[in-house]
Design a protein around this ligand. Structure first.
Ligand code: COI
Length: 355
């Protein structure tokens, strides 16, 4: 049995935004979950308290050496008013995997799951109802020991914050334009690309800004060694349909083990489609496009769920996919996942957890 969660309620409640006003990650709910770690005590004092800033020593390890991990999942409101988290156990598993890679002491997975369910349960009224909106859940662990030497810290804070959100990309489900970059890389073999840690996102900013200035929504990352194999698209996993084969790069350590990626692969295998987790080069993609075989390309991620790619630009060449329109498989995957998330389609795989 894990330690009980101590609850301190906010005395002043914030005004909730209208569903139509929601963007991504700008508004936060009234409460947050917090728990501390000290070497001598382990993880202790799980609590829910009013949302607010932490005191943080300027020497805190996270501020200097980025010892931190996070995850991101969502809670959805169905038409009958019920609130469900989508695959929270899988997100907890990944948070623990990321922690291991960053030398952060493991959370008790049962308590981590309880932190998500209890906090979302308390903040149920914040879960928006319109399809396309949800409550984004952000569990995070930071090293807060005040120490400037480089080694794993001896103290940490685990916290969970909640944000009612709308679409991640302003384009919504409209296909995005992507620049294939070969000048910068996001991750290298043996590095931390497979962990959900802030440094991967910091490392992505420069290339993403350059791409934006040239009129693209995001970048497509190639592998760090040969700059040949496709890795990820922006902050999402990438999938391509070439002929009747659906291809996504394998989990070789440089890409994140996306929960939406796993969900989509499961669905497509159940549907009997030919799905390959294998390396795929950008040249193979360009050749397939020239031969008229590149049918659909999409990204998968928690934030945007499914994001159709309408155009890839590589070495100055424009590769337009499906006439720049969303493809039938991309649409079917989106509809199926969203149906399960909002409770309009049956959840036969135990993916959702009611709160
Ligand atoms: C996702 O859920 O797709 C992401 O990784 C985006 C997140 C960093 C906001």
């Amino acid at each position: 049995m894990s330690e009980p969660i101590r609850i301190t309620r906010a005395t002043v409640k914030k005004q909730k935004p209208k569903d139509s006003e929601l963007s991504f990650g700008t508004v936060f709910t009234d409460h947050m979950f917090v728990m501390d770690f000290q070497e001598e005590k382990g993880w202790y004092d799980p609590r829910i308290e009013p949302y607010g800033p932490f005191p943080l020593d300027p020497a805190a390890a996270v501020l200097h050496y980025a010892q931190a991990v996070f995850d991101g999942l969502k809670a959805f409101r169905s038409r009958d008013g019920k609130v469900r988290l989508f695959r929270p156990q899988k997100h907890v598993e990944r948070l623990l995997e990321s922690s291991r890679r960053l030398c952060i002491p493991p959370l008790d997975p049962e308590l981590a799951l309880k932190s998500l369910v209890t906090l979302v349960g308390m903040e149920k009224d914040w879960v928006p109802a319109t399809v396309g909106t949800s409550l984004y859940v952000r569990p995070t662990i930071i090293a807060n020991e005040a120490f400037l030497g480089v080694r794993p810290a001896k103290s940490y804070i685990y916290y969970v914050i909640l944000s009612p959100v709308g679409a991640y990309y302003p384009e919504g489900m409209n296909p995005v334009k992507i620049l294939v970059v070969d000048k910068y890389v996001r991750a290298v073999e043996g590095g931390v690309g497979g962990a959900k840690t802030g440094v991967n996102y910091a490392a992505s900013l420069y290339a993403a800004e350059e791409a934006k200035h040239s009129g693209f929504t995001q970048v497509l990352w190639l592998d760090g060694r040969e700059r040949k194999y496709i890795d990820e698209v922006g902050t999402m996993n990438i999938m391509l349909k070439i002929g009747d084969e659906i291809i996504t790069p394998p989990l070789s350590g440089t890409i994140l083990a996306g929960v939406t990626r796993d969900s989509v692969l499961t669905l497509m295998r159940e549907w009997g489609l030919r799905v390959s987790e294998r390396p795929v080069t950008i040249d193979e993609v360009a050749t397939a496009a020239h031969n008229g075989e590149l049918a659909e390309v999409w990204g998968t991620g928690t934030a945007a769920v499914i994001s159709p790619v309408g155009e890839l630009s590589y070495k100055g060449e424009r590769i337009v996919i499906n006439g720049g329109r969303i493809g039938p498989l991309t649409q079917k995957l989106y509809d199926t996942i969203v149906g399960i998330q909002y409770g309009t389609a049956p959840d036969t795989r135990g993916w959702t957890v009611a709160v």
